[in-house]
Design a protein around this ligand. Structure first.
Ligand SMILES: *[C@@H]1O[C@H](CO)[C@@H](O)[C@H](O)[C@H]1NC(C)=O
Ligand SMILES: *[C@@H]1O[C@H](CO)[C@@H](O)[C@H](O)[C@H]1NC(C)=O
Ligand SMILES: *[C@@H]1O[C@H](CO)[C@@H](O)[C@H](O)[C@H]1NC(C)=O
Ligand SMILES: *[C@@H]1O[C@H](CO)[C@@H](O)[C@H](O)[C@H]1NC(C)=O
Ligand SMILES: *[C@@H]1O[C@H](CO)[C@@H](O)[C@H](O)[C@H]1NC(C)=O
Ligand SMILES: *[C@@H]1O[C@H](CO)[C@@H](O)[C@H](O)[C@H]1NC(C)=O
Ligand SMILES: *[C@@H]1O[C@H](CO)[C@@H](O)[C@H](O)[C@H]1NC(C)=O
Ligand SMILES: *[C@@H]1O[C@H](CO)[C@@H](O)[C@H](O)[C@H]1NC(C)=O
Ligand SMILES: *[C@@H]1O[C@H](CO)[C@@H](O)[C@H](O)[C@H]1NC(C)=O
Length: 460
């Protein structure tokens, strides 16, 4: 009866080695949704200057993979969402994709993770969901066929795959995906010894309820606040650990407690719209420095539910990306400005002591009057539609831009929309109206009023 123990021992031994090998520090997400970003070759040098051990990209951009050749940086590439269905239904398609996107760069480019789509459950209709796991299987099969044994297959999820996450032990996957999508996925990840990839943003949880969630707790800065999970007795000192453990308990509920978690994205915005409290350089630096410290600590910290377990992660993101849609914070997650200079000092290896990092500026949130105007470069046709929407909400929002009134001239769509957006925001902000208009609007602290045309404002 001693015999079976030996292979078992070897199994666990090699298992922990391969995890250890993969831990190696914190990586960075290299998103490219900007029209002012440095080329790949320079970006790779910047990634090295941040001391990132790994990088995740959102496609399989050949120029980037070329620039990463022989750098020693581990790489995560992505099969784009729009190819997932083709991949799931066609092994030849999968093989071709691997042959043209992975084979030419391997092994000199250390491709280690292949992510099948991005937040598919959150960003695509339920017609795609049944294709996710079959696509992962086909990709895995192709990798084997090309002898690419070091590449793990996964797919990153947004945290909204959970239906409940509090207390962490109550973590549960959504009903509509738990059994048909997630469970077979967990089985695949277990069999292939891969990771459950998840995007974890304490920032968004805090921003949605800053009254009940303490900012210091969210930034890993609170010394006296703890949250005790009544079911497990586990004690939490920060929101990040809570969120990660909720994912762990959700997997456990489906019968897969042993799958390691990989933080595909986490981060904090260094700026945002004028009314986005908490999105500033101080908090971004605090969050990202603290999380690097935690994730690189020796001995390995883990989380309350899984102490000592390595938690690999990619910080979001390398650059502030000016073409990302959504609120202003979306365009301000970068560790770097597009010109390559650091937004604040940070060392992703965690090896520079806090005292040797440049001090960070105090937190400043904007206080004063604000207006809502047409965003630079907005599509005029779309702005016209937004203008008529803003003016159709009643209560004389657009009286001042009617012929003969003080803001009618100059008679242009953009000029009228500037006024209408400000008037709409001033009137409806209290009841949840936003300065957004599908991204065609932006907040400004500069009063657009002229002559006798006075723009309504909000006071932040
Ligand atoms: C994916 O499959 C669809 C339907 O079979 C096809 O129309 C489309 O051209 C395919 N896409 C690619 C990139 O091959
Ligand atoms: C499968 O993919 C291959 C390679 O892209 C393509 O040539 C072929 O037409 C596809 N087959 C079907 C049935 O779509
Ligand atoms: C898919 O989504 C549609 C629209 O949201 C819904 O009507 C349908 O029931 C869903 N189908 C499944 C299988 O969940
Ligand atoms: C646990 O989650 C369920 C939903 O899945 C929710 O109804 C319940 O209130 C949660 N329990 C606690 C103690 O929050
Ligand atoms: C959050 O906790 C810190 C101490 O960790 C405290 O100074 C601060 O007042 C708390 N904020 C809120 C909103 O409770
Ligand atoms: C933690 O300490 C801060 C001040 O040091 C205090 O304002 C806050 O109320 C305390 N919070 C708790 C939960 O004790
Ligand atoms: C880079 O851009 C930032 C933000 O626009 C600016 O503050 C900084 O001075 C620039 N650095 C250099 C070296 O141009
Ligand atoms: C501008 O918006 C209109 C309506 O939404 C759209 O049809 C058109 O393609 C857009 N033009 C450009 C250049 O994006
Ligand atoms: C219009 O203004 C009146 C009075 O200020 C207010 O009662 C009403 O709710 C407003 N209508 C809308 C659609 O906001």
């Amino acid at each position: 009866m001693a015999m079976p123990l030996i292979p078992l021992f070897i199994f666990f031994f090699s298992f922990s080695i391969s995890r250890g090998e993969r831990s190696g520090g914190v990586g960075v997400n290299y998103g490219q949704l900007g029209n002012n970003l440095p080329p790949p070759r320079i970006s790779v040098r910047l990634i090295q200057s941040l001391k990132a051990k790994s990088v995740k990209i959102y496609d399989a951009n050949a120029e980037i993979l070329e620039a990463l050749r022989n750098t020693g940086i581990q790489v995560s590439i992505m099969l784009p969402n729009e190819l997932v269905v083709n991949t799931s239904t066609n092994q030849t398609f999968s093989d071709h994709w691997i042959r043209s996107n992975v084979v030419p760069f391997y092994p000199e480019t250390l491709i280690r993770y292949l992510l099948v789509g991005n937040e598919l459950i959150s960003s695509t209709g339920n017609g795609t969901w049944p294709h996710i796991v079959p696509a992962m299987r086909r990709i895995s099969h192709s990798l084997k066929a090309f002898h690419l044994h070091k590449v793990k297959v996964g797919t990153p999820h947004a945290i909204d795959v959970l239906q409940s996450s509090f207390p962490p032990s109550n973590g549960t996957f959504r009903n509509d995906i738990a059994f048909h999508v997630i469970k077979p996925m967990l089985h695949f990840l277990y069999k292939t010894r891969s990771f459950f990839f998840v995007d974890v943003y304490p920032f968004f949880s805090w921003a949605s309820d800053p009254v009940h969630i303490n900012l210091s707790y969210t930034l890993f800065e609170s010394r006296n606040i703890t949250v005790t999970d009544p079911l497990t007795g586990l004690i939490y000192t920060n929101l990040f650990d809570q969120m990660v453990d909720a994912v762990y308990f959700a997997m456990k509920r489906l019968g897969y407690p042993g799958i390691p978690i990989f933080i595909a994205e986490t981060g904090w915005p260094n700026g945002g719209d004028l009314d986005q409290v908490g999105a500033n350089v101080h908090n971004a630096a605090t969050y990202n420095r603290n999380i690097v410290k935690r994730l690189t600590r020796k001995p390995v910290l883990g989380t309350p539910a899984r102490p000592g377990l390595v938690l690999p992660a990619f910080i979001f993101s390398l650059y502030n990306e000016n073409l990302k849609p959504g609120l202003g914070s979306e365009r301000h997650f970068g560790l770097l400005y597009p010109n390559g200079s650091k937004v604040y000092d940070i060392d992703l290896s965690g090896k520079t002591p806090e005292s040797e990092l440049a001090p960070i500026p105090p937190a400043v949130d904007y206080k004063g009057k604000a207006w809502c105007v047409v965003a630079e470069g907005a599509n005029v046709t779309a702005v016209a539609a937004a203008l008529s929407y803003a003016c159709s909400q009643g209560n004389g929002t657009c009286d001042a831009i009617q012929p003969g009134n003080p803001c009618f001239k100059p008679d242009s769509v953009t000029g009228h929309a500037d006024y209408a957006f400000s008037a709409y925001w001033a009137q409806f902000r209290r009841v949840g109206g936003t300065c957004f208009f599908n991204g065609f609007a932006t907040q400004t602290a500069k009063d657009p009023s002229y002559g006798s045309c006075k723009f309504p404002s909000v006071t932040l």
